[in-house]
Write a protein that binds this ligand. Structure first.
Ligand SMILES: Nc1nc2c(c(=O)[nH]1)N[C@H]1C(S)=C(S)[C@@H](COP(=O)(O)O)O[C@H]1N2
Ligand SMILES: [Mo]
Length: 362
């Protein structure tokens, strides 16, 4: 291309505010070009004001329905065996802004998702030192952040439970590091739970308490939020939000891009909760025909996203719809339209990007 061609304008990198108080920031996903999301470009999702962390008195307690509670300080946790895990975390509200009809809540577009290397103590290393009573049915993880929810009068902490499922707990980490740095304050310093394969809400930040409980946990971040509701306010068929669904996004081109004829590479990311990404297909004719993309990540194991790429030779000017559709190893595939739900979770609809190939005659 030898002529002076108008350049397509993309956003400058930087987090995108979706709510100021509490702070919710979206990742500029089209401009994050690395497989590991840099900490400063990782999205932030917080329900309450940031906690005060006093490292002099800080400790992790493990108690509840146990024969004897245990306490650990930060130094003790650092001395324990450490494991690295690359884990992609997607907020279940990611792509909420694309639900039709619109739903209330943070209007996340594509960037409430990131991939990081988490380093910490395997959860079972700690749980193995505990004797839960036979009455225990779940484990509740409590974050140090607390505040008033619009729908409740008294302050609550951010708390979530996990079932006593050996396989699931065996994958979990209590992370002390994110991408080789102490976990940044906004991402849960000094300790955060990592639940590989689950949507973001399970990965409790600022963890200070782990409690075995004898009844299914019904805290507001478990029983009011993070449930799929087919009808607004009707909890009779509420289904809890757990594992991530198979999903993908096109990171290039971005929406509205002007592209000139020639050889181009459509690029993006794909991930799933359970299993691995087996295949990503791209359509450049609004879904009439599909082409297989190449998976190009340094590794594509479980729990992390994969890069994909598709070589597109553009010859004809016009308006195009570019679509990406990911499949996982459990036979799941992204739907044309994810089931609408009142709180706007789990939107894994096929991502469509409209672009223009201009006709410029010189
Ligand atoms: N203590 C605490 N943990 C939390 C939250 C929170 O508000 N408080 N938000 C959850 C949600 S909904 C998501 S998507 C992730 C976001 O993690 P990040 O801010 O590090 O991206 O943290 C989860 N853990
Ligand atoms: Mo979330």
């Amino acid at each position: 291309m030898n002529q002076d061609l108008p350049r397509s304008i993309n956003d400058k990198p930087g987090l995108i505010p979706r709510q100021v108080m509490p702070e919710n920031l979206e990742s500029p996903i089209n401009n994050v070009l690395t497989w590991v999301t840099p900490n400063e470009l990782f999205y932030t999702r917080s329900h309450l004001t940031y906690p005060t962390i006093d490292m002099h008195s800080w400790r992790l307690s493990i108690g509840g329905e146990v024969s004897r509670p245990l306490y650990f300080n930060y130094e003790q946790l650092k001395q324990m065996p450490q494991v690295d895990k690359f884990v992609t975390i997607e907020c279940s509200g990611n792509k909420r802004a694309m639900f039709e009809p619109p739903v209330p809540g943070e209007q996340w577009k594509l960037g409430a998702v990131g991939n990081a290397k988490w380093t910490g103590v395997p959860l079972t290393f700690l749980l193995d030192q505990i004797k839960p009573k036979d009455t225990a049915v779940e484990i509740v993880f409590t974050g140090a952040d607390s505040g008033i929810r619009p729908d409740m009068d008294t302050p609550v902490n951010f708390e979530r439970s996990l079932p006593l499922d050996k396989t699931l707990l065996g994958e979990c980490l209590l992370a002390l590091k994110m991408n080789d740095e102490p976990i940044p304050y906004k991402h849960g310093f000094p300790l955060r739970l990592i639940v590989p394969g689950w949507y973001g809400m399970a990965h409790v930040k600022w963890v200070t308490q782990i409690g075995f409980v004898s009844n299914p946990f019904k805290g507001p971040f478990q029983a009011i939020d993070y449930v799929y509701l087919t009808n607004e306010g009707d909890y009779s068929n509420a289904v809890p939000v757990t594992e991530m669904k198979v999903n993908s996004i096109i990171t290039w081109p971005s929406k509205g891009e002007i592209i000139h004829p020639g050889q181009h590479s459509v690029r993006g990311l794909a991930w799933t909760g359970k299993g691995t990404i087996s295949n990503v297909e791209i359509s450049v004719d609004n879904g009439m025909s599909w082409n297989v993309a190449k998976l190009t990540s340094p590794e594509h194991g479980q729990y992390t996203w994969t890069f994909w790429e598709y070589a597109w030779n553009i010859t004809n000017p016009g308006h195009y719809f570019v679509l990406a559709r990911a499949h996982d190893s459990n036979g799941n595939v992204q739907p044309k339209a994810a089931p609408w739900n009142a709180k706007g979770y789990g939107n894994n609809s096929i991502h469509t990007v409209a672009i223009t190939i201009p006709q410029i005659l010189h």
